[in-house]
Design a protein around this ligand. Structure first.
Ligand code: ATP
Length: 369
């Protein structure tokens, strides 16, 4: 069992800067929690408070139901893997992995067994006698993981562990970490800048901004039901399009319009807009690039929401193309099939799926629907 509980956690640095504000999170055993957010939002600070490397200014941190605010890092039963996995260059892989256990005066036989078990899990068995300089980046990263695994900690904390690796290795290590999580049944808290890592690894994602938790949800829920404009814009790449739009209400029908684009909201969404008192007001319309269509079939299906634009940018991504255009002064993008005939300067028609739009309050930036 390794549950974690953060209650009303604050971090105020000695210079008075509030880096983390009222952080609340209950982590269940075996969860894979991801912290994401822009640079400086407090991800590492929170991780370091959990590890005990940074004092908690106020609030309560529990591991397995026990308050550990004042427990030394080495006694918290937590292992941390950093992006600079600094291995000891003069030691073999075996000794690098065994080092922490030796310090703890674990008997030799036990150390050998633990290191060999971890090496098997990480596919390092044939490399135990090598020195770090004779390893690839991915292998070194696995040794760093091995050092954490041999300690059999209750919780793994990982601070951008893959950020020093090249793109190909990152993909490989990402799936290794996912299977490691399954095999070890470990509780993991993982900080990353990488959208794909967050979306593919996390059982839940914590989105932070300016030291404040914005939303905690499964990757899918964050993507489909962001609680505010910030989360909507932060999760997803390329990011959600935002444009100011006017709301007009006739009976139960709600029409949203911006520039040349006008469409009726589906019933459920319309109800929420009316209930919120947005009739006759301006809102922020959010629509993901993949929910804007250019193909003939969709233009017919969503004929009511058709609008014309001039393509101002074209980016071939492989199987898909990103078309850039402007709508009511906002820069937008649509993700369409690579068979599109549109190119820079083309005048094209687009349509959106009204079921997929997000509507935000212009001032509070909270999601209306
Ligand atoms: P990044 O993604 O860039 O690593 P982060 O989300 O991990 O960022 P933190 O390292 O947790 O951010 O820092 C949060 C905020 O606290 C930042 O604004 C940072 O400048 C500030 N900060 C960090 N350490 C200190 C310190 N010792 N004294 C004062 N402010 C600090």
């Amino acid at each position: 069992m390794a549950s974690l509980s953060l209650k009303n956690i604050y971090k105020v640095y000695p210079n008075g800067f509030e880096a983390v504000k009222d952080f609340n999170l209950e982590v269940e055993d075996k969860e894979f929690i991801i912290f994401v957010g822009p640079s400086g939002c407090g991800k590492s600070t929170t991780l370091r408070m959990i590890a005990g490397l940074e004092d908690i200014s106020s609030g309560e941190l529990k591991i397995d139901g026990k308050v550990v605010n004042d427990v030394e890092p080495k006694d918290r039963d937590i292992a941390m893997v950093f992006q600079n996995y600094a291995l000891y260059p003069h030691m073999t892989v075996f000794d690098n992995m065994a080092f922490g256990l030796k310090l703890r005066k674990v008997p030799k036989d036990e150390i050998r067994k633990k290191v060999e078990d971890a090496a098997r899990i990480l596919d390092l068995e044939k490399l135990l006698d090598r020195k770090p300089k004779a390893l690839s980046g991915g292998q070194r990263q696995r040794v760093a993981m091995g050092r954490a695994i041999v300690r059999n900690p209750k919780v793994f904390l990982m601070d951008e562990p893959l950020s020093n690796l090249d793109a190909k290795l990152r993909v490989q290590m990402r799936s290794e970490i996912a299977s490691l999580h399954n095999r070890l049944g470990a509780t993991i808290i993982y900080v990353t800048h990488d959208q794909t890592e967050a979306m593919t690894l996390g059982t839940r994602i914590v989105v932070l901004k300016d030291g404040v938790v914005q939303q905690v949800d499964s990757p899918q829920k964050l993507y489909n039901e962001p609680k505010n404009l910030f989360v909507a814009g932060f999760i997803g790449s390329p990011q959600m399009n935002f444009v100011e739009a006017a709301v007009s209400v006739k009976g139960e029908s709600v029409t949203v319009s911006t520039g040349d684009c006008q469409f009726e909201l589906p019933k459920e969404k319309a109800k929420k807009v009316i209930a919120g008192g947005y009739a006759g007001k301006n809102v922020i319309l959010g629509i993901r690039p993949e929910d804007i269509y250019e193909d003939q079939e969709s233009l017919e299906k969503y004929a009511d929401s058709k609008f014309s634009v001039e393509v101002s940018g074209y980016e071939l991504l492989g199987a898909e193309v990103l078309l850039y255009f402007s709508l009511s002064g906002a820069n937008m993008s649509a993700r369409v099939g690579s068979d599109t005939k549109a190119r820079m300067g083309s005048k094209i028609q687009l349509a959106i799926n009204p079921e997929k739009v997000h509507i935000f309050d212009k001032d509070s930036e909270l999601t209306i629907t």
